[in-house]
Design a protein around this ligand. Structure first.
Ligand code: UDX
Length: 472
């Protein structure tokens, strides 16, 4: 099928590449000529496992094109995916200017029946706004109401996890499609059904519903997941106070199939481009509709505070003034397998350590360039602090003579480090672990003073003693 993708950001690029991979003829449009240049020169502006290979393959076969030509893009696709950014406004609601601009262009240049798909995460009611904007453009062209220029607006939210987006697209849990119950809607449904047929081979995964419910589903899903995380983070803070182990509690509750094991990991708070923005936008939508989402307000508050919990633990051990201290930091991206640092807890934690006078030596397997850019902006007005941050190119390089190691992202390569080497080069054998990567008992036996999230702090002496007793 002939597909147009408007916006070559994260969602657009993954959607376009995967649809080309299964045999469609995909035209990707972006207003940013630099991005299009990179893509046309074989580059990929984001880090996403598998994406580079798919783009290289589909480009070589001529199934994917990158361009800034708006008119050509509208003429190309019978299905037009709007996958542009919806950044938060100052008040937290989603800024729809790019979505509506895309709609305007479609109305301006459309040359036949078009299925217009909202792929970006947009507030309930956006499809109707897109429809009005397209209609207004058609009327301005004198083409309003003509059958040759008919269209239907569809909501098809994405559920892609960064770092696993290609896999999520190719093997979706579900495909949500919101469609109008009218003649054009039925035509659109046929086209969407054909497009997604290859993903429904073994069993039907597509859920058809009305447009508003589809728009809402995306927000409700992310709000639910964010709620689970903030809930576990609150439980972990209480576990610290009552001497329980959140890891044991996680297993204990996860075994109930009504709860399940996923998304129950306590840590330094959620980040990324979706949860913080979507929770905020939903709270906002509720406000606009005269309703308060009290649970989600709390989810946000808890997450905000959670990003400081590790700093609090560091202060409890080393004192508030950290002048003269050096911290090795492992992990900067908001989660593993991505270089994305939007709302990453590392930004708050590192800024807090620098503000208390410390030096920070930080490493991340892929986010170093992004970190350089982000911290230069975050600390633009604090050159002294920025000068005390260095980004190093290996996890070992971060360690020598540091007062403690701080872990902020659960990259695989951090899970089983050479602890002997680590303790021989650190000034103090202390780890503050914001991702609960290690076992407190095992750490104490290695002589490491280990502080995690919601897990007991085992005294080193006790551990050595009990392990000797055990062996005897
Ligand atoms: C999320 C949704 O999962 C995806 O369906 C949606 O389309 C976009 O938003 P993403 O932001 O890529 O995807 O990351 P995700 O893996 O969901 O993690 C989000 C954040 O939650 C990360 O900061 C992660 O560290 C944190 N998290 C996740 C926890 O703190 N604990 C957990 O148990 C799980």
């Amino acid at each position: 099928m002939k597909i147009t993708i408007i916006g070559t950001g994260y969602v657009g690029l993954v959607t376009g590449a995967c649809l080309a991979e299964i045999g469609n003829d995909v035209f990707c449009l972006d207003v940013d000529p630099r991005k299009i240049d990179i893509l046309n020169n074989g580059g990929v502006p984001i880090h996403e496992p598998g994406l580079r290979e798919i783009i290289a393959r589909t480009r070589a076969h001529g199934r994917i094109t990158f361009s800034t030509d708006v008119k050509a893009s509208v003429e190309h696709g019978e299905i037009q995916f709007i996958a542009v950014g919806t950044p938060p406004d100052e008040d937290g609601s989603a800024d729809l200017q790019y979505v509506l601009e895309a709609a305007r262009n479609i109305g301006r240049y459309m040359n036949g029946f078009k299925v217009i798909v909202d792929k970006s995460t947009v507030p309930v009611g956006t499809a109707e706004r897109v429809r009005s904007v397209v209609m207004a453009e058609l009327e301005a062209r004198g083409a309003g109401g003509s059958d040759a220029h008919s269209f239907s607006v569809v909501s098809n939210p994405e559920f892609l996890k960064e770092g696993a987006a290609v896999e999520d697209f190719m093997r979706p849990d579900r495909i949500v499609i919101g469609i109008d119950d009218d003649e054009r809607g039925r035509l659109a449904r046929e086209k969407m059904k054909r497009l997604y047929a290859p993903f429904n081979r073994n069993h039907e995964r597509t859920l058809y519903m009305d447009v508003r419910s589809a728009e809402f589903t995306k927000y409700a899903a992310n709000a639910m997941l964010a709620t689970r995380i903030s809930f576990m983070n609150e439980m972990s803070n209480l576990a610290d106070r009552v001497g329980a182990d959140i890891e044991a509690v996680r297993r204990g509750i996860g075994s109930d199939p009504r709860i399940g094991y996923h998304f129950l990991y306590a840590g330094v708070g959620y980040g990324g481009s979706c949860f913080p923005k979507d929770v905020q936008a939903l709270v906002r939508t509720a406000g606009e509709n005269g309703h308060r989402l009290r649970i989600l307000e709390a989810v946000e508050d808890v997450n905000h505070e959670q990003k400081q919990v590790l700093v609090q633990k560091i202060e409890n051990v080393l004192g508030r003034d950290l002048t003269g201290r050096t911290f090795a930091v492992w992990g900067l991206s908001f989660k593993p397998n991505t270089d994305d640092m939007r709302e990453a807890p590392s930004r708050r934690v590192i800024a807090a350590l620098l503000a208390r006078g410390a030096r920070v030596r930080a490493y991340d397997p892929v986010a170093l360039d992004e970190a350089r850019r982000v911290f230069a902006l975050d600390l633009a007005h604090e050159p002294d602090a920025l000068a005390r941050l260095s980004l190093v190119s290996s996890q070992e390089e971060a360690l020598p003579d540091a007062d403690a190691l701080v872990i902020l992202t659960e990259w695989k390569e951090f899970k089983s480090p050479d602890f002997m080497h680590m303790t021989s080069v650190l000034k103090n054998s202390v780890i503050f672990d914001g991702r609960n990567l290690y076992e407190p008992e095992a750490m104490a036996e290695l002589g490491i003073d280990y502080y995690a999230i919601g897990r007991p702090h085992v005294q080193i002496d006790t551990a050595i003693h009990s392990s000797t007793d055990h062996g005897a």
